[in-house]
Design a protein around this ligand. Sequence first.
Ligand code: FE2
Length: 416
Amino acid sequence: MKKFSNLRLRGKSETYEILVEDGNITEIMPKIPVICETEDLGGRLVLPPYVDPHLHLDYVFTARKQGNKNNTGTLFEGIQRWSDMKHVLTIEEVKSRARDGVRKEMLHGVQMIRTHVDVTDPGQTALKAILELREELKEMIDIQIVSFPQEGMYSYKNGVDLVEEGLRMGADCVGGIPHFELSYELGERSVHKAVELALKYDKLIDLHCDETDDPHSRHLELLTALAITEGIGERTTASHTCSFGSADNSYAFRMMRNLKKAGLHMISCPTENVYLEGRQDAYPKRRGLTRVKELFEHGINVCFAQDSIQDPWYPLGNGNLMNILDHGIHLAQMMSFEELDQVLDLITVNGAKTMQMQAFYGIEKGKPANFIVLDAQSEFEAISERAGVLASVRKGEFLFKKRPAAFEEKNAFFTV
Ligand code: FE2
């Protein structure tokens, strides 16, 4: 039995205590009258761990590799650069990079990751590596794997078979990239196939969907329609949907209704989207994001993700979800004080819902004692200061604990 004391929870002004037994939360109250080992959290804000629902662990730290530089900064050159280099991958090399990527994310407070893994590789090197890594790290972090055909289900030889093989090998979700298929018709066929495979293997779906400024790229419409007719909206995610930010309002009006009806999950990757999209625009230059604010206002589950850590698509990225949130709320113009009270959902609970992990997630009695401690006392301070994570707790034990930054010297002006 262990107690965490002097902590703040979202939406509450007073401090609370959390009691943990056998790794689970058994009590949450302002004062718990139990004497046991106690960790004083200094009045800081405690959140459920950050969730990164869209990442490419097999690609991390490849941006500077020989011949891998993306000179145009476009999505399509990124895919080409990756295609050119992936034949040299080995399981150990992928695991080593991916492990470093997971470590970076965890040190920023992430405890759940959904990673897309490229299966357009007859040797399935990357998938084998990430499956092994997931097993190795399973006590510390939940990793969900998407069987993702980076070069297309129908545009890459045997792409559909490779996606299916990925599911049989242990991937949790069916992936796809309809806007990259060689024709719109092949893109639509890939959406149908993703749904068919998800039903056949009882898996989730997460498509890279309409990651383009082309307002005519509307695979989201078909994905949503199939999610409704098959009744699998809760299991279905559309990632990116950049074109939805360029589409006209009459299409968006109809789609909001259908997305809500389907219960579809939407993922936006603000730093990558703003970096990769708008590349063919002069001025005005589009932001490349989907309609995050409007989705949020319509009660459609939407969340933010990192997507890339130094790969051919994006030269930066370090797994810091607070940085992603900061960019996202600026780009989506979600900074009314009412919105600021809610936007932490975009990197926490909304991601957990997308991953269908909500039964094991949240600071509630009966759930695993998984949480993070921010260097802030309120949600507003956390966001405005882009507060760092001082500790990450998993099943009641510290994964890590940092000291807050301290001055070596300061004059009277800085003493408050
Ligand atoms: Fe992606």
